[in-house]
Design a protein around this ligand. Sequence first.
Ligand code: 4AD
Ligand code: MG
Length: 447
Amino acid sequence: MTPVVSIENLKDHVGEEVTLQGWLYRKTGKGKLQFLQVRDGTGICQAVVFKGNVSPEDFAAGKSLTQESSLRVTGLVKEESRAPGVPGGYELDVRELEAVQLAEPYPISPKEHGVEFLMANRHLWLRSSRQWAAMRVRAVIIQAIREWLDGHGYLNVDTPIITPAAAEGTTTLFEIDYHGEPAYLAQTGQLYNEANIFAFGKVYCFGPTFRAEKSKTRRHLQEFWMVEPEIAFCDLDQLMDIEEQFISHIVQRCLRECAAELQVLERDTTHLERVTPSFPRIHYDEAVAMINEAAAKGELVPGYDEPVPPMEWGDDFGSPHETYLAAQFDKPVFVHHYPTQVKAFYMESEPGRPEVCRSVDLLAPEGYGEITGGSERMSDPDKLLAAIHAHDLPEEAYGWYLDLRRYGSTVHSGFGLGVERTVAWICGLDHVRETIAFPRTLTTMRP
Ligand code: 4AD
Ligand code: MG
């Protein structure tokens, strides 16, 4: 029995006879030669079937293979710089071939399909090379997230998904029935994270979060994954220091490990290579001034072909504003001190300037928008109670949260990074629906 080898490991088996198990991606050839593009989940390799090297039965089996048929091929690994494939550079000189199952006519062909059709066939679409590449990059991003946090003294403490109250505003909650009592799917783990820092110092939670967002944009999902670090004795400036180290690590690890995937995605990595500390930091006031100046001059939003829309101080940015701002810098840019009125109740206000809060969003380059949102948290119990009232939140639901400010309160901060937006940015995908295996959008929850 020859050893079964993964395509990504072929480089270690040049000159050896190995077996690949996988599926037929594409097939060409004529007469005595067949070129099979075999994919096995780790890559794509060209298997060359020459009539003189295999039994007549195996040659016929190769000819019978349809797209996506499952198969086993055994042969000699050869270095061949021109061989197509992912990562490419190696091919298999086939000696034996077994068709495991001949696939029925496959609905997804190399020709163009509409997105609706592809989404309805997401369970099959995932096999296509671009989707495959994006999911592989996503997995590396998640590894990098955990690696950096685990290596910098953050304890992973996961937070509940079933929660009795809102944390990020009451308009985007998914309600469920908790044995007769209303409950909600978590929009964030942050409030519980805040309890955890008083026990463990630096923590993070990482899991799915849920928002019944009525927005049908290319950046919003109903269910998305968020990693949320939270740090005791940390102020807004220190938070930005942490974020820029963390995000640079994620990007640089992807560049190192995902070259083949980024190539499949045809990602221009110039912007990504520049993602190293430190990142520019601008005040919201300054951001509004930049936008209104550009609007007055009739400047266009890059990639939108429309003029920068003017805005009022106090409003949140729209996507064209974020895209314009990000395009003014060659790295991700922090925008800090947003108006209190557009942010969540728990954000610390700026001393002497209560209309702005000690919050920070990180905007990714190239129009990918906000990838992290964070802030310093309100640390005074009386101020926090007033904020809870001002937001019409039920005081009794937040009793435990107020306790955190009664027993050893201190300045503390945290942020949340949206995994799907980060994947979209690093992979250069223009819609978050392709950044998770089975996306939940306003219009899709099947398959
Ligand atoms: O800015 P957000 O709402 O912040 C929070 O939830 C805080 N509690 C985090 C914290 O401080 N611990 O969300 C954080 C990030 C956004 O920057 C964005 O990347 C992502 O989560 N995000 C979404 N991603 C996909 N679809 C949605 N509907 C998203 N909403 C937020
Ligand atoms: Mg936000």
